[in-house]
Design a protein around this ligand. Structure first.
Ligand code: NAD
Length: 471
């Protein structure tokens, strides 16, 4: 309601400017400082003290597994879930100001974070892990700064590990608030420490130390490869890396699809959250005979999208995370424009790091060498007889995160779903989202190691299995 929003708005202003530092079991230095920036308008909203090498050493030395019965850990994580829900207003204001999230995205993100806490707490009680690995480093991305950050930590803690949590450098304010609530619920400081700072410095140090028993990572495929290499050099040979990484995700719209529905689902899949979802649609294949009419309809739906302040309820699409991200995406679009392949781009507000949703013509997924993490949709057409070739090319990308299909041919749903090598298939709907507990999420190949997050097997990699090992 308007009253509720006004209250939230007031709270947002009360909360800033903010100062955060690492939450470590020992002294924390305030030597190195960087600003926190609101991507929607460029305003500085806070001050972040990043961890020095001495802070990192203090955290590593203090880190301790959470050695209490599983039922006690579960009760504390469930209490944290309740605290998260009570803190909804603060989380929404932080998510909107620090990460540029629209209100709809904020609501979905808090829901997912709370679901992760409750699901892993209950799942741990059922599976009763008796041998935690030790200390887990959890490294998270900025695009789900609350949900993914919390999910990784909750899984490691539920299984009795100690955690060193390294949030993305763009979103430490959100992470610090989450960790404070977990501590308030009863997680000991030495079992959960927050270490803030840049990936190549702090992240690298926390993934190349023999005191760390395993790493849970979500972020780009390139960073996952770097971490795997560092772990191989410095950590135990059997130390697990649980990685959830990028994707070049495709959707096929055939000539039997319902065009209006498909155009709306394509728009949401490619442009919601400014395309900053690992699951987002990057490469659309439209059957040749419907392509001209379908693309006109799609352009019309793109024009309806409202870009602006993420805090306004009517806003569909907010900014991209920062100036560096905007430059990478803008350069990609400019190159396509210079080559005559830019079919459409929506106008953007003049302030902040916005990128107008863009439609770019390509021949096929093989033209995309890397994930462009923003509101850019590449579109190719295909002939009815070439469907198998299209699927082979999609599989040939090496990634395998999400795939979408719009068709009214039932047998095609079955055959195509069986042929694509991806973690999550979406049929006649948008390609967004997963539901913790009932729709586990995760990719194959270059997109991740498994097991799927929010699924019944996820916790298995966070503890060793003494019975199996002794067989
Ligand atoms: P990123 O790889 O740049 O950074 C992710 C994290 O890794 C950050 O905390 C960063 O500080 C840290 N990091 C960077 N270099 C490091 C190093 N050398 N050692 C240790 N840590 C290091 O990714 P990003 O830009 O924050 O996030 C976007 C990416 O995440 C996209 O590729 C997206 O597809 C992917 N993602 C995947 C999933 C999934 O579930 N599969 C979910 C969300 C995001």
């Amino acid at each position: 309601s308007r009253t509720e929003l006004a209250r939230l708005d007031q709270q947002r202003h009360l909360e800033t400017p903010l100062t955060v530092q690492s939450l470590i079991d020992g002294n924390v230095s305030t030597d190195e400082e960087i600003p926190a920036v609101n991507p929607a308008n460029g305003e500085i909203i806070g001050k972040i003290y990043t961890a020095t090498p001495a802070d990192i050493e203090t955290a590593l030395a203090a880190a301790h597994p959470w050695a209490v019965p599983v039922s006690e850990r579960a009760d504390i994580l469930l209490a944290a879930a309740d605290l998260y829900e009570e803190a909804a207003a603060t989380f929404f204001s932080l998510l909107a100001t620090e990460a540029g999230k629209t209100i709809a995205d904020c609501v979905g993100e808090l829901r997912e974070a709370v679901d992760f806490l409750r699901y892993y707490a209950r799942n741990a009680v059922v599976t009763n892990p008796i041998a935690p690995m030790g200390i887990f480093t959890c490294i998270s991305p900025w695009n789900f700064p609350l949900a993914i950050f919390t999910g990784q930590i909750a899984a490691a803690l539920a299984t009795g590990n100690g955690v060193l949590a390294k949030p993305a450098e763009q979103t430490p304010l959100i992470a610090a608030h989450a960790v404070k609530l977990l501590h308030r619920a009863g997680v000991p400081l030495n079992a959960l420490q927050l270490v803030i700072g840049a990936g190549p410095k702090v992240g690298a140090a926390l993934t190349s130390d023999p005191r760390v028993a395993g790493v849970s990572f979500t972020g780009s495929t390139a960073t996952a490869k770097r971490i795997r290499k560092a772990m191989a050099e410095h950590m135990a040979p059997d130390a697990p890396l649980i990685a959830e990484t990028g994707g070049i995700n495709a959707m096929i719209v055939d000539s039997t699809a319902l065009p209006e529905q498909a155009a709306r689902d394509v728009t949401a899949s490619a442009f919601q959250s400014a395309g900053q979802r690992c699951s987002a649609l990057r490469c659309l294949y439209v059957q040749e005979d419907i392509a001209p009419a379908f693309l006109e309809m799609l352009k019309g739906v793109m024009d309806e999208q409202l870009l602006g302040d993420p805090w306004h309820l009517e806003t569909d699409i907010g900014p991209v995370i920062d100036a560096a991200a905007k430059k990478t995406i803008d350069d990609h679009i400019a190159k396509a424009a210079a080559e005559g392949r830019l079919l459409k781009q929506v106008n953007v507000p003049s302030r902040g790091t916005f990128v107008g949703p863009a439609l770019i013509r390509i021949n096929g997924i093989e033209d995309l060498q890397q994930e462009i993490f923003g509101p850019v949709l590449h579109v190719a057409t295909y002939k009815a007889d070439d469907l198998d070739k299209v699927i082979a090319n999609i599989n040939g990308s090496g990634y395998g995160l999400t795939f979408g299909l719009h068709t009214r041919i039932t047998s095609r749903v079955e055959t195509v779903s069986a042929q694509v090598d991806v973690g999550n298939v979406y049929v006649n709907r948008n390609q967004i989202g997963a539901i913790v507990g009932s729709q586990p999420f995760g990719g194959e190949g270059l997109s991740g190691t498994g097991p799927k997050a929010g699924g019944p097997h996820y916790l298995s990699r966070f503890h060793s299995h003494p019975l199996e090992a002794s067989l």
